[in-house]
Design a protein. Structure first.
Lengths: 117, 147
């Protein structure tokens, strides 16, 4: 499989670590895994941790925006961290930073969410 | 170096998206591109191929997507085309964030990304005939190395 999604609960935060290549083919893996966790409702907020994401295209943007809307509709926040330069460019181009905060690493993302929750 | 060409034709299956962008990246690697240039090319190829599969063929794997790539000096030219349904309103399709398939969680950024990541970008389409995307990019890294 060319994409792995590792999910971890930390207090009321769901940390989603994506590894590999996120495109139209692999977007379903991310959608299904995250959707199931969001619907279970154990976590309020989501951190998308992208340190090991080697490739992403507009299909990745679509699946991320879809999950953002789900989390928002349940009153939670979604933030991203550890974003490499090429993924950063895509986020910037699509205006994603207007709705999602970005942090250098998971630790900083967690502390930002602990302040708001 | 003289002109070098390659043609690749494959089934409109989503698992071929990775294959397509890696094949083009391998072909272009003879120009010694930077990682950023390679990533730009891979992303643009991925967008065009995904469009053909999802929009051109409505995810019907019987469709064929073709990539023609050539290297002339330090310029890479890539044409990606399908024989699918075509695009009714090209101007609308090229608008950032516009998508004809919001239910599929499409971001509507495909054409915008291709335009931004490549030096030249052109799309032609005919209803019921198919869509063709032609793109060019100059690979600068080698020049920088020799200067």
């Amino acid at each position: 499989m060319s994409l792995q999604a590792e999910l971890e609960h930390y207090r009321n935060v769901l940390i989603v670590r994506l590894r590999g290549e996120l495109d139209h083919h692999t977007a379903d893996i991310v959608r299904n895994k995250m959707e199931a966790e969001i619907m279970r409702g154990d976590s309020h907020h989501i951190i998308l941790s992208l340190k090991d994401l080697q490739f992403m295209d507009s299909s990745g943007l679509g699946v991320i925006l879809g999950r953002y809307k789900q989390v928002r509709s349940k009153g939670g926040k979604m933030v991203v961290c550890d974003v490499n330069p090429s993924v950063y460019r895509l986020f910037e181009m699509s205006g994603l930073f207007k709705i999602m905060s970005i942090y250098d690493n998971e630790r900083m993302a967690i502390s930002s969410l602990e302040v708001v929750s | 170096m003289g002109r070098n060409e390659m043609t690749l034709s494959f089934s409109a299956r989503s698992e071929n998206e990775a294959f397509a962008r890696i094949a083009v990246a391998s072909f272009v690697s003879q120009l010694d591109p930077t990682l950023e240039e390679l990533n730009d090319l891979k992303t643009a190829v991925s967008e065009a191929v995904t469009n053909s599969i999802i929009h051109g063929y409505d995810s019907n794997p019987d469709g064929k997507v073709t990539i023609e790539a050539s290297i002339d000096g330090d310029v890479v030219s890539i044409a990606i085309y399908d024989n699918g349904r075509g695009i009714e309103d090209l101007e609308l399709a090229r608008q950032p964030l516009y998508t004809s398939k919001p239910e599929m969680e499409r971001s509507g950024m495909g054409f915008t990304i291709m335009e931004n990541f490549m030096d030249r970008f052109e799309v032609t389409s005919e209803l019921g005939q198919g869509t063709r995307v032609a793109m060019m990019k100059r690979i600068e890294s080698k020049k920088a190395l020799y200067n």
